[in-house]
Design a protein around this ligand. Structure first.
Ligand code: SF4
Ligand code: SF4
Length: 375
């Protein structure tokens, strides 16, 4: 195995291939405080990419209710159990990654879900106490809380799907870091399904090859954000590109959120894949649970998020979520307005950072009518 640097765990780690970072890295930020589990993103992705035969059970984008919801069943708790106790509190993660914990002769520690694990796309929906009768996997009691976790492929910097493919059918595009499966090389061994800890590759029983989220690459190539992003009802998502921390740009909204304000956190960084979907943790969930899921610094992230109205740059970046279908590369805050620009510097969106408030007279003299003001 080669040695590569993974900034999310703060150290070098083993990976089956030499590290080769792309020119730009596809990334997404999702604000978990805003998701309402309407599943519009899921349907948008489904109708765009997976409406065919053999794809019935595939959800390249899914939204599950945590802590009891899973797709497929128990996807994360099963691999967490296999990996063993992990101390995720320090800046450097000293436990083993999934590559370092691989059994003899294999590249990744993984498991293949059963077919029936895909039977319920959102089992445990809206369940905050674990009362469901059918399909329960996690039975741990806890205080009453829950939140929605939307998930797509993380277009990881060190993809386990790629690392576990014996035919080298999976590749990471050097121009944007999107991870794709070459359908003509794949022979359907399902090693990628076993290897991806996020379970974001899917075997198609009709074509007998594997498929996965393609990062809406035809749209991204045209400077447009992904379908799941532009259709999001809650405006919880922003898709664009992320720099490594040493090259973080203060004028990139994603860099600002992840590297400068440090409120965007990767999902299970201890797995070692350097995933590129970042989550703003839900403020009402106990930090111990969030720490296991999003790594160190979640309490600080929540404190910073709560004070976002006092940081104009941060507020400006957050206000640009859902403001335009195009990819925002640069932004700036002018007075109380946040302005987003494309790669060439052309203006894409202009968003007021304070809701304009207009209070009208209770009685309109001109029209001779009474009015009510709502807030
Ligand atoms: S469309 Fe947005 S708000 Fe609705 S479920 Fe998807 S991520 Fe959540
Ligand atoms: S999330 Fe899974 S399928 Fe996507 S790049 Fe990472 S390892 Fe591969």
């Amino acid at each position: 195995m080669a040695k590569v640097y993974n900034w999310q765990i703060g150290r070098e780690m083993e990976y089956p291939y030499e590290g080769a970072r792309p020119k730009k890295q596809f990334a997404m930020v999702m604000d978990l405080n805003k998701c309402i589990a309407c599943q519009t993103c899921t349907v948008a992705c489904k109708t765009t990419w997976t409406p065919g035969r053999g794809q019935e059970y595939m959800f390249w984008n899914n939204v599950e209710s945590k802590p009891y919801g899973f797709y497929p069943l128990g996807w994360d708790v099963k691999i967490l159990e296999k990996l063993g106790v992990q101390d995720v509190n320090g800046k450097v993660y000293h436990g083993k990654t999934l590559f370092e914990a691989a059994p003899e002769g294999e590249h990744v520690l993984g498991f293949l879900p059963d077919d029936m694990d895909y039977a319920h796309p959102n089992i445990g929906e809206d369940d905050s106490l674990g009362n469901m009768e059918q399909g329960a996997f996690l039975t741990l009691p806890h205080m009453q809380w829950m939140y929605y976790l939307p998930r797509i492929c993380n277009h990881c910097t060190y993809p386990a799907c790629l690392g576990s493919c014996p035919r080298q059918s999976i590749y990471k595009r050097p121009e944007d870091g999107i991870v794709l499966i070459d359908q003509t090389r794949c022979r359907g061994y399902r090693e990628c399904v076993k290897g991806c800890p996020y379970k974001k590759t899917f075997f198609n029983p009709m074509t007998r090859v594997s498929e996965k989220c393609v990062g809406c690459y035809p749209a991204v190539e045209q400077g447009r954000q992904t379908q799941c992003t532009i259709t999001c009802i809650g405006k919880i998502r922003m898709q664009g590109f992320i720099s490594t921390p040493d090259r973080a740009r203060a004028d990139s909204p994603i860099d600002y959120i992840v590297h400068i304000a440090k409120i965007g956190k990767p999902l299970y960084p201890q797995f070692g894949l350097e995933p590129n979907v970042y989550y703003i943790p839900p403020v009402h969930v106990p930090p111990a649970f969030l720490g296991q899921m999003f790594g160190n610094g979640v309490s600080e992230a929540i404190a910073t998020y709560r004070k976002a109205s006092g940081d104009k740059k941060l507020l400006g970046a957050l206000m640009l979520f859902g403001a335009t279908p195009q990819i925002i590369h640069h932004y700036k805050v002018e007075g109380n307005t946040s302005i987003g620009y494309d790669e060439k510097g052309q203006e894409l969106a202009r968003v007021p950072m304070k809701e304009p408030i207009q209070i009208r007279a209770a009685y309109d003299e001109k029209l001779k009518v009474h009015r009510s003001n709502t807030t």
